[in-house]
Design a binder for this molecule. Structure first.
Ligand SMILES: Cc1ncc(COP(=O)(O)O)c(C=O)c1O
Length: 362
């Protein structure tokens, strides 16, 4: 465990996902595996239609609404399948063969969302940063008014860019927020649909959070497989079939933790401090070369390289020796990626920036 409770070894976990969760969440989840709420049963053997689990589901959904300040039009669902399933489920519900969806192509994940949408309808890629290896966020593009919806990725987990301003448009706005949901304040009500895999800022892998404005579902007139149909999931309170009970429980514990920290505004403050410290360290020493445009730097996934591959190997070995894990960059970018999700403490960022400083000045 990241706080060393089990091994006595302090580990700093910079993994990109699944990633660090709060230490108290690990402890509470472990306790519930042995005895869920004093019932004498494990959460792993607990019926999902019991009053106890229904209460878990209800509290988790209402905490998402509360933490994101969602209005009454927005429904919150916990669904199976990872964010990748949403790449398909969104257009399957909301994009007809003759419709067009507008997208920006800002990285590996948005290009996967585009690929899946093309199976169901037309796609208009209104801007792309592929020409420069997805190292910046395109701006000043035009979103066509006739498109059914506009989809973008708020944080590009692999490349390390983040979109801080919500695009202006009158058409329904959809976003993949897998890697920066709940990390900074936004007017979430401006979105008609948001989805996120849980395994970064929300909880454990195996579940998605999908938030949608009920009104966008009104015009659907095609036949959909039941498990793909958002309307059925809403009618059944996210319990159309057996939900991923344990993963949802871990989400509840993480959401409770976030509320206790002071919610999204409070965690944003810490997230800014962590990112500032790390980028200042990168900028201070020329041995570290940031790979993305300064104004688009992600506060969740910090990507940089060194020009000498031998030195990169040396630094990675040093991180390993110092119990700093998850530092290696994604294979498509190379170098380093340090993820700074909500549960990562400032102390871990101080530890790695200390190591970077020592490495750069030795
Ligand atoms: C922005 C983004 N979208 C989608 C995905 C895919 O998520 P999943 O593995 O849950 O399908 C990821 C995974 O890291 C991601 O970072």
């Amino acid at each position: 465990m990241a706080d060393g409770t089990m091994t006595g070894k302090r580990i700093h976990n910079f993994n990109a996902g699944p990633s660090i969760l709060p230490a108290e969440v690990f402890q509470q989840a472990a306790a519930a595996v042995l005895d869920f709420n004093g019932t004498g049963l494990s959460i792993l053997e607990f019926g999902h239609r019991t009053p106890e689990f229904t209460a878990v589901m209800e509290e988790a959904r209402s905490l998402v609404k509360e933490l994101m300040n969602l209005d009454a039009n927005h429904e919150v669902l916990f669904l199976h399948g990872g964010a990748s399933t949403q790449f398909m489920q969104v257009p399957m519900n909301l994009l007809d063969t003759k419709d067009t969806a507008a997208f920006t192509d800002t990285g590996v994940w948005s290009s996967k969302a585009i690929k899946e949408a093309k199976i169901f309808g037309n796609v208009d890629v209104v801007a792309s940063s592929k020409d420069k290896g997805y190292t910046y966020v395109p701006k000043n593009y035009v979103i066509p008014a006739h498109a059914k919806y506009f989809h973008y990725t708020t944080n590009n987990t692999i490349e390390g860019t983040e979109v801080f301003d919500i695009p202006e448009t009158n058409i329904p706005l959809f976003a993949d927020m897998s890697s920066d949901i709940l990390s900074h304040q936004m007017d979430f009500n401006r979105f008609a649909l948001i989805y996120a895999g849980a395994q970064k800022n929300i909880g454990a892998a195996g579940v998605n959070v999908v938030i949608l404005d009920k009104h966008i579902l009104k015009g659907i007139d095609r036949k959909l497989p039941s498990m793909m149909d958002y309307r059925l999931h809403i009618e059944n309170g996210s319990m159309l079939n057996t939900p991923p009970v344990f993963a949802i429980y871990v989400c509840l514990l993480t959401l409770r933790w976030l509320k206790k920290q002071g919610g999204v505004a409070a965690i944003e403050k810490v997230n800014r401090e962590k990112a500032d410290l790390l980028y200042q360290t990168i900028d201070a020493y020329p041995i570290f070369r940031p790979t993305v445009a300064k104004e688009d730097r992600s506060r969740m996934n910090v990507v940089f390289v060194m020009d000498d591959p031998e030195k990169e190997k040396e630094f990675l070995a040093l991180c390993k020796k110092e119990n700093m894990v998850g530092v290696k960059g994604h294979r498509s970018v190379g170098g380093f990626r340090i993820s700074l999700y909500n549960a990562l403490g400032l102390d871990s960022v101080k530890a790695i920036t200390g190591l970077m400083r020592a490495f750069a000045t030795r």
